[in-house]
Ligand binder design. Structure first.
Ligand SMILES: [Zn+2]
Length: 132
């Protein structure tokens, strides 16, 4: 199946400005929609400290950090309060949960749709940390 591509016609300057503005609005709306969905998936709480979160104070955290090759899929996204997000920084989830097992316990309770592998890793890290 071949897809015919429309020839690229350069837009006049004014239209280019409008299209940039629309793109910007779409991106902002998309970000908000992602945040709202992630809030819902995380019981509207910071998944690390368990504090109830308002949409404006929630930040999106990549459980497996982007800096370590994590992705943008819903299975890797959670909401966290800003202090927890800063505390976690670019730490790998196992490392973070070993250091803060209570954050791991909250994560297991509230992060309902993250990848199963992330949950398994969190469970292991928490039980190791609490046994030590
Ligand atoms: Zn928090």
């Amino acid at each position: 199946m071949s897809r015919h591509r429309a020839p690229r016609i350069p837009l006049p300057r004014a239209a280019r400005r409008v299209s940039r503005r629309i793109r910007h609005l779409f991106r902002r709306e998309h970000k908000r929609a992602v945040k709202r969905a992630t809030m819902r998936d995380c019981c509207r709480r910071c998944v690390y400290c368990g504090a109830p979160l308002a949409l404006d104070f929630a930040t999106i955290d990549h459980v497996f950090p982007l800096a370590h090759g994590g992705d943008q899929s819903p299975g890797n996204l959670v909401v966290a309060c800003a202090p927890c997000n800063r505390l976690k920084g670019d730490m790998l989830p196992q490392e973070f949960f070993m250091r803060y097992p209570h954050a791991g316990q909250n994560f297991l309770a509230y992060a309902r749709v993250v990848h199963r592998a992330l949950k398994r890793g969190a469970k292991r890290a928490v039980s190791l940390a609490l046994a030590a």
